[in-house]
Design a protein around this ligand. Structure first.
Ligand code: ZN
Length: 288
């Protein structure tokens, strides 16, 4: 179970507790500033936490700043490493990729070296690229790191991090990374759609695709739905009008024809991670 000091660290890391609040202060979970931060995290984590409360206590969530067993579980969930609030989130401000590169195509280079879902990946890529194309952003796959805007790869992370991606600086020559955990056992379509969302300057939202726990309901084909909290931001960034041609079905996706990647090296063995029955249950809960 997560310790009190780790909860303070969690609140700082994900932007719920301003760093200046922790400077020189021996904060405890009883301090009002911490209780307020916990209540905020409970509210923002409503979807997973409410499900945990129903499972563990048979009652809905109360965002009261109290830390019971259910809230401790929330702080232990696997999640995206991008902060929910603070300096890293919100870097996109009022925009994303400039209109010129939106329409000619953001160049994406995918390094499959550590990909844990290599067989499923071509279809995942097609679905996610199509989801963004329908919102007005074209994505082209390229086969060299030197010419890409987005570098997609898998890596190992410490702790419960499942992904980390960089916000773009709103120029057509930006190169940002989109990294995913090679030991993530969840649904990689949702994870990739989420992390690429950060590359497009989307922040975390309370539910929908951009919720940091990536367990909310997803459209099975990855399409953005008008009910998603990020939908209106995407329309503002990319105009919401489909661009280019649909992808060719299973394969590398829209772009200047198929790209044959070099034969992948043997897949390294990911670090063992215990099964997470709670997450499995949450997946089922959200998908029924
Ligand atoms: Zn994220």
């Amino acid at each position: 179970m997560i310790e009190d000091a780790q909860i303070i660290e969690w609140l700082l890391r994900y932007g719920y507790l301003p760093k200046e609040e922790a400077l020189g202060a021996a904060l405890t979970l009883q301090d009002n500033v911490v209780r307020d931060a916990v209540a905020h995290a409970q509210e923002f984590g409503f979807y997973p936490l409410n499900a945990i409360c129903m499972l563990r206590h048979g009652r809905p969530l109360t965002s009261d700043g109290d830390i019971g067993p259910a809230t401790r579980e929330l702080f232990s969930l696997e999640r995206c490493e991008v902060p929910d609030f603070g300096s890293m989130s919100g870097r996109g401000g009022g925009g994303s990729w400039p209109i010129l590169c939106q329409k000619s195509g953001i160049k994406m280079f995918v390094d499959l070296t550590n990909c844990p879902v290599r067989e499923a990946w071509p279809q995942i890529l097609v679905d996610v690229v199509e989801a963004y194309r329908l919102m007005g952003l074209r994505v082209i796959q390229v086969n060299s790191l030197a010419e890409c805007n987005v570098h997609v790869y898998w890596r190992s992370f410490f702790g419960g991090t499942i992904g980390l991606a960089e916000f773009n600086g709103r120029t057509c020559v930006d190169r940002v990374f989109c990294s995913m955990s090679m030991s993530y056992r969840g649904e990689n379509r949702g994870l990739f759609k989420h992390e690429f969302g950060h590359n497009c300057n989307l922040n975390h939202t309370r539910g929908g695709t951009m919720n940091p726990y990536i367990i909310a309901e997803q459209h099975p084909r990855a399409f953005w739905t008008p009910g998603d909290p990020s939908y209106s931001t995407l329309v503002r960034y990319f105009d919401g009008i489909p661009v280019g041609e649909p992808g060719p079905g299973p394969g590398p996706g829209p772009g200047p024809g198929p790209v044959d990647p070099p034969p992948p090296p043997p897949l390294p063995t990911p670090e063992p991670r215990p099964r997470r029955p709670l997450l499995d249950w949450l997946w089922k809960w959200f998908s029924t």
